[in-house]
Design a protein around this ligand. Structure first.
Ligand code: XMP
Length: 221
């Protein structure tokens, strides 16, 4: 299945998450877990969900290098495909995540999808992109609901994979995000709150497949 869809599952109910992963796992690129599931179950939720699909840990790691290393090392041990880290803590902190993550891909936040991102993060986005590339990030997190910011980030890197939250509940559209340079689309509530999540997944996948405008189509392992 060649989907570009990353489904965020922001719930505390591990059985719900595992049932959902079983149902949609083969039709999505990955499932993204955040603090609610990790608080409810501990890091083993990563390997449990990993039976069904790739797992991305959205921890937005933002600490000193030593602590970052511990966190990234644990998610790598659990077999996570990817992990999300902040970059504003500096190159040494992000580099520690990259080194400890090993084969787990590190995505670095350079702009966020909520309005408050414009207060402090947006003015620093260019510097955060440069720092993230230097530290060895595999990908960047860019807003899928702010197309001018997304295009600006895309124009500053061809190599990094752009993963974009903000699609669905936060107003972004899959076609527009792809048109402005996204490689992977994160969708949470619009799927896990849907009456039939598998049907919502298929609708997003259909919208993604119908988009033909992307100049390059990154092949992700
Ligand atoms: P919804 O329900 O809005 O969920 O589709 C979005 C998911 O993505 C996370 N999120 C972000 N993660 N940078 C990130 O690294 C962002 O700017 C951002 N905005 C949303 C959010 O926690 C949820 O899991």
């Amino acid at each position: 299945m060649n989907s570009k869809l990353v489904v965020a599952v922001d719930v505390f109910d591990c059985n719900f998450a595992l049932d959902l992963a079983r149902e949609i796992g083969k039709e999505v690129f990955a499932i993204k877990v955040n603090w609610p599931l990790l608080m409810a179950r501990g890091s083993s939720i990563v390997s449990e969900l990993g039976q069904y699909t790739r797992v991305i840990c959205d921890l937005k790691i933002a600490d000193i290098p030593n602590t970052n290393r511990l966190i990234a090392g644990r998610v790598a041990e659990e077999g996570a495909w990817g992990v999300i880290s902040h970059s504003f803590t500096g190159e040494d902190s992000l580099r520690a995540v990259v080194e400890a993550a090993g084969d787990t891909k590190v995505f670095s936040v350079v702009a966020m999808s909520h309005p408050g991102s414009s207060e402090f993060i947006y003015p620093s986005t260019d510097a955060l992109i440069g720092l993230s590339i230097k530290a060895g990030a595999y990908g960047l997190i860019a807003p899928g609901n702010d197309y001018s910011m997304l295009s600006r980030i895309r124009s500053r890197t061809r190599d990094q994979v752009l993963m974009t939250p903000g699609i669905g509940a936060q107003g972004g559209s899959p076609e527009e995000a792809l048109k402005h340079g996204a490689d992977l689309l994160i969708v949470g509530r619009a799927i896990y709150n849907a009456e039939k999540p598998i049907e919502a997944v298929r609708e997003f996948n259909a919208a993604i497949s119908s988009f033909k405008g992307q100049a390059e189509n990154k092949q992700l392992s």
